[in-house]
Design a protein around this ligand. Sequence first.
Ligand SMILES: *Cc1c(COP(=O)(O)O)cnc(C)c1O
Length: 233
Amino acid sequence: MLTNTAIKNNIAQARKRIAAAEKKFNKSARSVLLLAVSKTQPASAILTALAQQQFHFGENYLQEALDKIDTLQDHPITWHYIGAIQSNKTRPIALHFDWVHSVSSLKVANRLSTQRPATLPDLNICLQFNVSEEGSKSGATLEELSALATDVASLPRIKLRGLMAIPQKAATFEQQRATFHQVQQAQQYLIDAGHPLDTLSLGMSADLEAAIAAGSTMVRIGSAIFGPRKTAS
Ligand SMILES: *Cc1c(COP(=O)(O)O)cnc(C)c1O
């Protein structure tokens, strides 16, 4: 784990990169939200980031996330679930998170909708789009996306906000940007079809600039803030 000072400096650096990319690619200042991906990191690292006014955190591993959410329950954190979803584990996600970025089936969306308590605000949902289909097997295909968005948008207690994707790494900036642009185009297609989407969850530590160039509104940054992870992914 990095020192507090290193995490603090990394957050400042990530904010600088985002601000520079917003400027370079003619996006409004502060239009891109920094989601700090804290998977595999202890609650103490999250507290360090929180002291830097970082309030949005992303987690991939459910049990680990639930432990941290419990430990940090008195803090004003917006929790994002960004990992793979097993359909028999949707209830704790519906109970404890504010956002879910990785929904790619109606079955999962239905369960989240049913299990979201009416006493909580609507659960914010992004559909995961499998943009480079030869790569990650998770996510909806372009063909599935339109019907899925229509079905998900009709469900109570969840709110469809946009798309998320984890494209394969490209060799060049322009190739990476082009892949991200395909996700932006899919989002625009859904907007044109009447879905009021405002979120494009795209870009990680290595490629946030290409993602912002293509219209990302939320970058998911892990290692550039908390340092390299010991485990894979
Ligand atoms: C781990 C992870 C990230 C963060 O990746 P870094 O390269 O460490 O910034 C972002 N999104 C998802 C879905 C992840 O699993």
